[in-house]
Design a protein around this ligand. Structure first.
Ligand code: CP
Ligand code: NVA
Length: 318
């Protein structure tokens, strides 16, 4: 079957984290994303029937450039309609209950894309809503980012099951989703963080179990030397949206800045990755993010293609 053809039995569930999809579905989505990307490159109207008649709500409690634009443009390219709801000034659950909010949206919309402060908000919405809820970033996970990142790695010849990905910096939502998606795909994911910024221990342990089943591995180290030989070095903001800022955290993370020396430790084969927005001069220096090793704008572009595949799978015309 063509990867562009809608599947006979689509996954029509909520996607709050990688485990909601599973390794096989993620592999299929990455193939479908690559096919959609190729078809849109040849003809921007080629896929305009896949979401025809479908409406997507996008609600954001936090700012966004990439997620908002890639979902909105992606939906339009597939023939659907996206409605943006700005919740930056009024979090969900204030004007009416999250349950009632979801029960309204499901009457008009086929899917809900939501960026929230608390992952529990997504779980609450998903529990009261028939329309699939897609996590567009919570404080715990950023699954759409991880899909785009593994698509990008594959495009650059780093197929997940043979890939050694080193995440360096704060053990945050992006780190969690890279560990989880990587573990599902059989990748080796190494998180290098100060002890005070370790990934969530429960998520780390769950990812180790997933990796044991898939042939991958999940490791943690406080030593930057551990990134030697990595296929890609990935970093993200030291202070995520909604997190407390402070000199102690910045001081703990300062030795983990990705500069030319860090990339030399990794080796000449290593790509540089970042979900963006980058804080140049903090977690990464211009000499790295603007170097030939950097694939950050490929990652940004691939947000749309990965999400397109997900939307088609969830709510596409069967
Ligand atoms: N990477 C990412 O999610 O970017 P935005 O915050 O701009 O959406
Ligand atoms: N970890 C960052 C990712 C931004 C896309 C944050 O949550 O702010």
């Amino acid at each position: 079957m063509s990867p562009l053809a809608p599947t006979a039995v689509p996954t029509r569930g909520h996607v709050l984290r990688g485990t909601d999809l599973g390794g096989d579905t993620i592999r299929e989505l990455l193939a479908e994303a690559a096919a959609l990307k190729a078809s849109l490159r040849d003809d921007p109207t080629a896929a305009s029937g896949l979401l025809a008649g479908r409406a997507i709500v996008m609600l954001f409690e936090k700012p966004s450039l990439r997620t908002r634009v890639s979902f909105e443009v992606g939906t339009a390219r597939l023939g659907g309609h996206a409605v943006y709801l700005d919740h930056r000034d009024e979090r969900l659950g204030v004007r009416e209950s999250i349950a009632d909010y979801g029960r309204n949206l499901e009457r008009w919309c086929d899917a809900i894309v939501a960026r929230v402060f608390a992952h529990a908000t997504l779980e609450n919405l998903a529990a009261h809503c028939e329309a699939p809820v897609i996590n567009a970033l919570s404080e715990q996970f950023h699954p759409c980012q991880a899909l785009a990142d593994f698509l990008t790695l594959a495009e650059h010849g780093r197929e997940a099951s043979k890939c050694r990905l080193a995440y360096v910096g704060d053990g945050n939502n992006v780190c969690h989703s890279l560990m989880e998606t990587g573990a599902l795909l059989g990748a080796s994911v190494l998180a290098v963080t100060p002890e005070s910024c370790r990934p969530d221990r429960e998520i780390e342990a769950a990812c180790r179990d997933l990796a044991a089943a898939s042939g991958g591995s999940i490791e943690w180290s406080h030593s930057l030397e551990a990134i030697a030989g990595a296929d890609a070095v990935y970093t993200d903001a030291w202070i995520s949206m909604g997190q407390a800022d402070g000199p102690a955290k910045r001081a703990a993370l300062a030795p983990y800045r990705i500069d030319r020396r860090a990339m030399e430790i990794a080796g000449p084969q290593a790509l540089f990755m970042h979900c963006l927005p980058a804080h140049r001069g903090e977690e990464v220096l211009d000499e790295v993010i603007d170097s030939p090793a950097s694939v950050v704008f490929d990652q940004a572009e691939n947000r749309m293609h990965a999400q397109n595949a997900l939307l088609v799978r969830l709510v596409g015309r069967a």
